[in-house]
Design a protein around this ligand. Sequence first.
Ligand code: NAD
Ligand code: DAU
Length: 357
Amino acid sequence: MKALLVTGGCGFIGVNFIRFLLEETPDFHGRIVNVDKLTYAANPRSLADLAEAHPDRYRFVHADIADRARMARVFDEEQVDAVCHFAAESHVDRSIAAPDAFIVTNVVGTCTLLELARERADRIARFHHVSTDEVFGSLGPEGYFTEETPYHPNSPYAASKAASDHLVRAWHTTYGLPVTISNCSNNYGPFQFPEKLIPLMILNALEGRPLPVYGDGRNVRDWLYVRDHCEAVWRVMTRGAPGRTYAVGGGAEEANIDVVHRVCDLVDELAGPRPDGAPRRELVRFVADRPGHDRRYAIDGTRIGRELGWQPRESFETGLRRTVAWYLAHADWVAAVRSGAYRDWIRAHYGEEGGAM
Ligand code: NAD
Ligand code: DAU
């Protein structure tokens, strides 16, 4: 892999993945071309130090993956020979409110990349598609998702990711494109946009605002520290068999209300008590449930463990403590991603139409 195209590299997992490759992966010697449309969820400044430290190994291109002509130029000018595809609309609640963008980016965008890769099949060594366990739907109190679990997506987001998985698999079966797919559980860690449960609760707790817990708070997610996910993606890309799918999980099932309580206790400990001394757990408010809210996700990671020797390293306790500490130490990052001025900064640097840095 001399020129690895990373899509969505200014989002939460993409930023962590590029950092992981350039800072912690001695067996990666290539260049990274990060293509990102810079939606609300992106923060190109999260990589500013890396861009400066590795000018010969890192390049950012502001572009939409669904823009075929523009992406064709990227593939050819950069001589892309491998793809790691993160770019997506990723938030379930937004997909319920306004699904269109999920179809354009997650389905049409993925198809566009597959076609560009197919047209350059002699050069593309690997097309890795980063997907989610949400494609499998909801579990009852027992059992786990495996690579054999039938698809049963419930939200517009999950349906769009399921569609993209099917396209990726079809481009392997029909055209022989050397694809791999990973279906991962909930990630958490540094650089996550504060609309997702954990960073939202950290910041609301810190600021003394209500903590909205959907339904009865007993929905269960399987939490994976983002660096562990990055390592899994790299393992699959470099050692996974073409055409193969891998389920990736943290082995850390938690009910939402327990996650929120843990966050409250950590913020109390690390940021100090609120002015009135009341524990932050008192900020919890049970609110209307998410429509179609999946009850439980949990991954059986036997395949990736047995075939690729991957296991999560971080426990939920240590990972959550690190994460709370990161958000407390990066108030500037939080203020930037929340501010309108930040959107203006992105427009001033990258324009509405795009351009390369
Ligand atoms: P994110 O929302 O934080 O980041 C998505 C990135 O994609 C942003 O930088 C955004 O600007 C970019 N993007 C969106 N539309 C684009 C387009 N049309 N062209 C180019 N770039 C575009 O998402 P994330 O949490 O980092 O998730 C990354 C991938 O991992 C997604 O495919 C998601 O489905 C998958 N995933 C996420 C999780 C999780 O818990 N966050 C778990 C499993 C799988
Ligand atoms: O499982 C992997 C998926 O995890 C990824 O594919 C998605 O991109 C990612 O967003 C995440 O989806 P979830 O819907 O599970 O994540 P979210 O952080 O939105 O919600 C986690 C749980 O917390 C879920 O059961 C809904 C609940 N929740 C969420 C928010 C934002 C609340 O109770 N209150 C909230 O305010």
